[in-house]
Each structure stands twice: as structure tokens, then as C-alpha cells.
Design a protein around this ligand. Structure first.
Ligand code: GDP
Ligand code: MN
Length: 383
């Protein structure tokens, strides 16, 4: 789960990081009130789960209460990287002497977390690594033995330009603490700034909490950051989640119903291989019998869908039971678009007989043929 900047900052502050004074607002009047508390000078930052807000004009420095009011109105009218701006963080301006980059993230390479640090912050880490690999220091560590203060001091002292070593080392330790306390997969602070008075502060925060840890993190997160972001996804994906179905909306026109995540992904690949474009990922598997109707309804709710491909392959799961569920769903929903079946494995003979009996279009022996038929149908219907 990706948190917004102000939420990430609340978690960092809880771990002991200094962050600018400020509040998140959803209307220009509230922004004016916060700016007034800050004596006019403020930074207004769109709260969207995307970096590069600076470049997109979504970070505005203002000098007066009136400017804060109009800047926040402008930001609330913006869409940044596809996200409509629903809230704005209005906070104290900071006197920036240096912008550094610091992050802790899960690193598949070392199989654990890695601390990244650079005295050249502000830009993207990808850009930073590309433009000057040596500017970015990496320290992989074991979650059970995070780096000691001495190690962090040495890291902070080894930059090419001098920094207030103690304060930077403390900030790095805090970022590590935050990562551990939140079961995060990413805590990125860019920029981590050194102020004119040699204080170190987080001016931005990107925190991703491991979704698998949400059951044990939820209460703490809610107490520190308030309401959690709406689970992401499209309207159809939210419906899928509410139904307990693993549905992902894609931008093609071939609807997919398959069992098992592996077979479902293979089906998407084969559709793509034959020049088609899948409209969704939907793995129904064991739920096929009981949830086939809402599942098919979900697939058909995507207005781009021109045909449906049903691909079942069973070992323990009985394909005849799954097929019966889908056939009942078709009977109750009566979709007017073509539906192609290909069924293999346990219960295959019974499934094939049922399809032959209840559908005009017989099932396909070979998966590729079913996929080709679906891709051709989608093209035909599009034309
Ligand atoms: P991002 O572009 O989405 O990563 O947004 P950031 O929060 O990192 O802000 C982008 C840039 O705005 C920072 O790198 C800073 O240079 C600048 N900025 C943000 N807050 C302040 C501030 O309080 N004072 C000043 N002078 N600049 C700021
Ligand atoms: Mn940033």
C-alpha cells in the first residue's frame, strides 16, 4: 500500500525524524488558515501517490495567505500523473542548504533491505544512479542487525561534500527504524535536506507498506496517519475485491475467465501472442462454481469486452464443476457476445459433453485454437 507524502511524514515523525510543520487540507479556505498560522510563507504540495510533482508544477511556494489560497485552488483543479488532486499539504517553508537522497527498500538482489544514500538529492534515484553511479551509496543489511550508529556515521562522512555527519547519521537510523516499524517495503526521503542551521529534515516521504503486513499494521497506521488510502484500482477492480475475486482490469477486448493464477497469466500471454489484447485477468479456480455468475458479470461489465475466453485446466479442481458454474452463469446473464471454451484435465470429458449439450459453439481441443477464435472474434466485433 502506497501512502501519501503527509502520511509517510507522520510515520517518519513518529520514528523521530524532523519534518516541516504543516497540515493537509482539502479546500482553499483551510489552506489560508494554515498559511496564516505559518505567517504567510508556505509550501503547497499536491498529495498524490506519484513522485515528480515538482516537475509537474504540483509543488508551489507561496509568500502570502492570499497566494496560498489560490495556489491550493489551482492544485485541487489539477490531475498529476493521472491522479486527480484531492488534498494538499500546506507546510512551513524550509531554508534548504543541501538536498540529499535517502531510502531503505527491499532489494531482491541481496534478499533483504538496502539503504541508499546520496548527498545529491532532489532528482529521481534512477536519474541519479545513471548520471553519477558513485554519488549513490548502497548498504545492504540484515533486518535482525540494522547498521550500527558507527556504520551510519561512516556512511554520512564518506560523501564527496561534507555534511553534518551526526545529524545525517541519526536521520538514516530513523529512516531504518521507520522501515522496520512499519513493515515497509520502501521508505524514501527525497529530498532529505540539511537546513541553513545544519538541521536535517525530511521534505518529502514515500512509504510503501507491505500489503501482507496490513493485518498487524492497520491499527497503528490508522492511529498515526488517519484514514488509509482507498485501496487502489479501478471501479471494476474494487467490485472484484468486494466479491473476493482476483480481478485486474486490462486495456484489451478479450474477456478472460481461467482457473489458477499461472494458467490465467499463460492465457493472457497466449492471447497477446496471437495478436489479441486481454481485457482482464480473472482467476476464479475453486470459486468457479459458486461465484461464476458475479465473475462473468464483472468481466462483461467492462464495456470493451467483445468476447469471452474460458480456459480451465484441472488436476485436483474438477473442470466439470467449474464449467457447470460458468454455463449456469451464461444461462442467467445471457450475454450476446461469443464465448469460447477450452477445458483440460480432471472432469474434462463431462465438461465437454455439457458444453456441447448447452452451447452452440463446441469447446476447443487445443487451447491455441480457442485463443485464436477469441482474438478473431474480438477483431470482427471491433470492425
Ligand atoms: P516530488 O517532486 O514529487 O518528489 O516532490 P518533493 O516533495 O520532493 O518536492 C520537489 C522539490 O520542491 C524539492 O526537491 C525542493 O527543491 C522543493 N521544495 C519542497 N519543499 C520545499 C520547501 O519547503 N522550501 C523550498 N525552498 N523548496 C521546497
Ligand atoms: Mn521528492
Amino acid at each position: 500500500m502506497d501512502l501519501l507524502e503527509h502520511q509517510g511524514k507522520a510515520l517518519l515523525a513518529d520514528a523521530g525524524m524532523r519534518v516541516p510543520v504543516g497540515r493537509v487540507v482539502t479546500d482553499p479556505g483551510a489552506a489560508a488558515a494554515v498559511a496564516d498560522e505559518l505567517n504567510g510563507a508556505a509550501v503547497c504540495k499536491a498529495q498524490v501517490p506519484s513522485g515528480k510533482r515538482g516537475k509537474a508544477g504540483a509543488v508551489k511556494l507561496v509568500a502570502t495567505v492570499a497566494e496560498a489560497r489560490s495556489a491550493v485552488q489551482d492544485l485541487l483543479d489539477m490531475t498529476v500523473a493521472g491522479h486527480p488532486v484531492a488534498s494538499v499539504l500546506v507546510e512551513q517553508q524550509v531554508d534548504i542548504a543541501r538536498e540529499c537522497y535517502a531510502a531503505v527498500l527491499d532489494d531482491p538482489g541481496s534478499g533483504g533491505p538496502v539503504l541508499l544514500f546520496s548527498d545529491e538529492g532532489g532528482m529521481d534515484v534512477e536519474e541519479l544512479a545513471a548520471h553519477d553511479a558513485e554519488a549513490l551509496q548502497r548498504l545492504a543489511f540484515d533486518v535482525r542487525h540494522p547498521p550500527s550508529p558507527d556504520v551510519l556515521r561512516a556512511l554520512a562522512a564518506s560523501t564527496r561534500t561534507p555534511l553534518p555527519t551526526g545529524a545525517v547519521a541519526d536521520a538514516l537510523a530513523t529512516i531504518i527504524d521507520c522501515y522496520l516499524a512499519c513493515d515497509a517495503t520502501l521508505v524514501e526521503v527525497n529530498p532529505l535536506v540539511v537546513t541553513g542551521t545544519d538541521d536535517v529534515m525530511a521534505l518529502d516521504a514515500k512509504v510503501t507498506v507491505d500489503d501482507a503486513a496490513l493485518p498487524r499494521q492497520r491499527e497503528r497506521l490508522v492511529s498515526l496517519v488517519g484514514e488509509l488510502p482507498m485501496p487502489g484500482g479501478t471501479e471494476l477492480e474494487r467490485r472484484g475485491r468486494d466479491l473476493g475475486l482476483s480481478y485486474i482490469e486490462l486495456d484489451g477486448d478479450v474477456g478472460i475467465l481461467a482457473n489458477g493464477a499461472g494458467l490465467t497469466m499463460t492465457t493472457l500471454d497466449v492471447v497477446t501472442h496471437y495478436g489479441g489484447r486481454p481485457a482482464n485477468f480473472l482467476e476464479i479456480g475453486g470459486d468457479a462454481y459458486t461465484k461464476a455468475t458475479p465473475a462473468l458479470e464483472l468481466v462483461l461489465s467492462n464495456p470493451n469486452v467483445r468476447c469471452v475466453l474460458v480456459n480451465f485446466c484441472g488436476a485436483f479442481a474438477r473442470t466439470d464443476v467449474m464449467t457447470a458454474g460458468v454455463l449456469d452463469a451464461i444461462d442467467s446473464l445471457r450475454p450476446e457476445i461469443p464465448i469460447y471454451f477450452t477445458v483440460h484435465g480432471t472432469g474434462e470429458a463431462e465438461a465437454i459433453e455439457m458444453i456441447n449439450h448447452r452451447r452452440e459453439q463446441p469447446p476447443f481441443d487445443v487451447m491455441d485454437d480457442a485463443v485464436r477464435a477469441a482474438v478473431a472474434a474480438a477483431e470482427r466485433e471491433d470492425a
